[in-house]
Ligand binder design. Structure first.
Ligand SMILES: Cc1cc2nc3c(=O)[nH]c(=O)nc-3n(C[C@H](O)[C@H](O)[C@H](O)COP(=O)(O)O)c2cc1C
Length: 289
């Protein structure tokens, strides 16, 4: 039987014109030439480098002549503000999305409240992008020019190094404590498809969990993420993580905490498989005593 699909012509902006493509909705704040904060709504912004020795980045695709693109090129800085699924905020985003308006023109009617950057390390004399107080989370970023890639005549791809991630307290607490369905923020989805009249957003709905298949549940990766979340200052090798894959999920945090404590006692910053063996030996001996 032939599968029930029909081919559609791939047009420019195929993700909006010829398909449905779920995306985030963010406001990118940058500093304009006059020193005023500019907010531009964007959806083509995705994780790019996700793990590379402490380097993390996002990829942004934008028109080359947008205020955002020009400000990033001039200042090297921006903040990615994830707005909530709130009709007023989304209307506010669409308002800020008319191409061609200057910062002064568009920001006159902005419904968003701006707050100073919360970067811990600030260089004297640098004006850092303000952040949006209503946002659920904010990534404060700097442009990684070493990856620069000209998208096409009219567009730019920016690799934005994630310098810090800010979360509203209740969401940070939920991540640290362990998530449940009630603790997720309401983030909207930009549905991708767009016609001449409308942007389409999708309401966020109640999240649900899906159990990972038995035996595939915990991988070294799962352990690595849990360990980094527990204490980002301590590094783990893949082999060391692999030694904890059999620990049941509910005890994983406690097991990680024990290893981190032992590493700190010995002034070790990288937990290796050999170090894990050493701890296990020590514990075995302690139990035998
Ligand atoms: C929800 C939404 C998402 C958008 N996503 C993008 C995008 O990913 N890339 C882009 O170039 N323009 C995007 N736009 C259009 C820009 O917002 C528009 O070009 C705007 O003028 C940019 O503002 P700025 O010039 O202040 O940067 C989007 C608009 C809206 C409303």
């Amino acid at each position: 039987m032939v599968a029930d699909f029909e081919s559609i012509r791939i047009l420019d902006n195929y993700y909006q014109t010829s398909s449905f493509f779920p995306m985030p909705v963010v406001l990118i704040s940058t500093v304009s030439e006059s020193g005023q904060t500019n907010l531009g709504p964007y959806s083509l912004v995705f994780p790019f480098v996700i793990a590379d020795q402490g380097k993390f980045s996002m990829m942004l695709a934008t028109r080359s002549d947008s205020n955002t693109a020009m400000n990033i090129k001039r200042t090297g800085l921006c903040a990615i503000n994830f707005v909530a699924d709130d009709k007023k905020q989304l209307e506010g985003c669409v308002e800020l999305g008319y191409p061609g308006e200057t910062t002064e023109e568009k920001m006159k009617n902005s419904v968003f409240t701006l707050a100073p950057s919360m970067r811990e390390e600030k260089d004297a004399g640098v004006q850092y992008s303000e952040i949006v107080e209503e946002a659920v989370q904010v990534f404060e970023c700097s442009w990684d020019k070493s990856y620069n890639h000209k998208l096409c005549e009219e567009g730019d791809n920016f690799v934005l190094r994630v310098d810090s991630i800010l979360l509203k307290k209740k969401y940070k607490d939920a991540i640290v404590r362990g998530m449940d369905a009630k603790s997720f923020p309401n983030l909207p989805i930009d549905y991708g498809f767009r016609d001449n009249m409308f942007f389409w957003f999708m309401k966020s709905s109640k999240p649900y969990s899906m159990k990972m298949a038995e035996g595939k549940g915990t991988t070294w990766n799962t352990v690595w993420y849990a360990a980094k979340r527990y204490d980002p200052s301590v590094e783990w090798t893949e082999d060391a993580c692999a030694k904890l894959v059999r620990v049941p999920r509910i005890f994983l945090k406690r097991a990680i905490a024990g290893c981190v404590e032992a590493a700190k006692e010995e002034g070790i910053q990288l937990i290796t498989a050999e170090f894990m063996d050493k701890i296990q030996d020590k514990r075995r001996k302690e139990k035998e005593e």
